[in-house]
Design a binder for this molecule. Structure first.
Ligand code: ZN
Length: 241
């Protein structure tokens, strides 16, 4: 696959940075038996986490990957049903939704009726235990209260984004949303001083490479993701996850 700053686990997709890649991700059911689909890597980690909690069937994937057409349908029908104010707060414009990457999932606690746009995913019980482990499985709560001015989206305690383990941990520890994390990474320019990431089972260093050319990489296990803006995030594994 050709290198592109518009692909990878860390792409930033928001109103200012629409999804540039039209490539459909490799998809898998978000959870066993789920109709919602996710990028296969994200689906495997989500399934691992929910299985560990013994919550398959209790935690439900309401929405995962969406095509451009589907995002447009959701936008249009929300405009009709809920009006412009609500829709702009809770629904991303077609082309600007993280759901189009296949890396975002809306979760709900199983219930008779589940609200498609604003599902219930409480902070207590099994959902609380999910939140406590999410970063260890590479997920972040993407739209948190207090970050609306940065993300442009109202707090969505049900919307989780897969970014990979070291990044989810780094964002959680520093209280950063994805926009802020990318800003921080710009100050750790590869091959200079890098950001250290440590989890129970891994050690990594993270840095930023500006530019759109295929970068020169070290002869060590590493993972590259575009930021969908102006460069790549490079994750160097010192002890692989
Ligand atoms: Zn969502």
């Amino acid at each position: 696959m050709a290198f592109s700053i518009h692909r990878g686990l860390l792409v930033l997709v928001n109103a200012a940075h629409p999804l540039e890649s039209a490539e459909k991700p490799v998809l898998a059911p978000a959870l066993p038996g789920s109709e919602a689909l996710l990028d296969a890597r994200a689906a495997a980690m989500l399934t691992g986490l929910v299985s560990r909690l013994g919550a398959v069937g209790e935690i439900v994937a309401v929405s995962g990957w969406r095509s451009m057409d589907e995002q447009r349908r959701i936008w249009d029908s929300s405009m009709l049903e809920n009006g412009a104010d609500f829709t702009r707060r809770y629904v991303a414009r077609p082309g600007c939704s993280e759901h189009q990457t296949g890396l975002a999932v809306d979760l709900a606690l199983r219930a008779e009726h589940i609200d498609f746009i604003r599902p219930e995913f409480p902070h207590e019980g099994v959902c609380g235990r999910f939140r406590a482990l999410a970063a260890d499985y590479g997920f972040i709560e993407r739209y948190q209260a207090g970050k609306e001015g940065v993300t442009g989206i109202a707090a969505e305690p049900w919307h989780f984004r897969y970014v990979g383990r070291p990044h989810a941990r780094l964002m959680l520890e520093r209280g950063l949303c994805l926009e802020e994390y990318h800003e921080l990474l710009r100050t750790f320019h590869y091959p200079g001083r890098l950001l250290e990431a440590r989890g129970e089972a891994y050690e990594a260093e993270v840095g930023f490479l500006r530019g759109t050319e295929r970068p020169e990489l070290p002869d060590a296990p590493c993972q590259l993701s575009g930021n969908n803006v102006d460069g790549y995030v490079c994750t160097l594994w010192r002890r692989p996850a």
